[in-house]
Design a protein around this ligand. Structure first.
Ligand code: HEC
Length: 189
């Protein structure tokens, strides 16, 4: 990669990440909705970056995503957990994970990810937010793994979705579907 491309990529990463944080900040909040579009100057840089992209394949994305899924350092987390700690082999290890919500501790049953991707976007969590698959992946990184979320406008976030999506192969797409908990846990959300 040339120096120029590296610099442009870094600038876009910062620009786009800034935009997504802004989106989260304005999301579902009362009052005026922030502008949902990416500013023109940033779009120019994105277009330039697209010109310099190398062709990719689904197989390569799937392999990168699966590697991320099993990486105990994903999100630079220091808990030593990977996605597979709870969703072993893309399934569920059973039981529930603890979540803090507005000062309250609650138990949330661990769902299987086999057949999960087809249900998104869907309403999830105690905040009753409409979430897509990338949001859910980030929610687990932030909430359970105590790590940094992935920038949804960059390739790694898509790679992780490719892998989770592959666990729903052949399933019928139905947005808004419920999570699949193999053995329901009494008292858990
Ligand atoms: C500590 C356990 C734990 C870890 C680690 C974890 N998850 Fe989860 N995951 C959960 C729980 C609990 C839920 C259910 C959340 C809810 O119902 O709101 C969930 C839900 C999900 C969902 C939504 C499933 C559905 O049908 O609603 C996806 C997708 C997901 N996790 C992906 C991941 C990915 C990708 C990783 C790694 C980056 C990961 N999870 C790491 C516990 C975990």
């Amino acid at each position: 990669m040339s120096k120029k491309v590296v610099l442009i990529s870094a600038a876009i990463a910062v620009a786009v990440f800034g935009v997504s944080l802004y989106a989260i900040a304005g999301e579902g909040m009362k009052g005026a909705m922030p502008d949902p579009y990416i500013p023109k100057e940033k779009v120019m840089k994105m277009k330039e970056m697209m010109m310099n992209m190398k062709p990719d394949t689904l197989e390569a994305s799937l392999m990168r995503g699966e590697k991320m899924f099993n990486n105990p350092k994903l999100g630079k987390n220091e808990t030593g957990q990977s996605c597979a700690t709870c969703h072993s082999g893309g399934g569920s290890v059973g039981g529930a994970a603890e979540m803090n919500w507005k000062g309250m501790k609650m138990m949330v049953a661990i769902p299987t990810l086999k057949g999960a991707a087809v249900n998104f976007p869907a309403i999830r969590g105690p905040m009753k937010r409409i979430a897509d698959l990338g949001d859910m992946n980030n929610m687990c990184i932030m909430t359970f793994m105590k790590g940094l979320p992935l920038n949804k406008n960059m390739r790694p976030a898509v790679d992780l979705q490719t892998y989770i999506g592959s666990l729903s192969k052949g399933k019928r797409y139905k947005i808004g579907g419920k999570k699949i908990v193999p053995t329901p846990i009494p008292g858990a959300m």
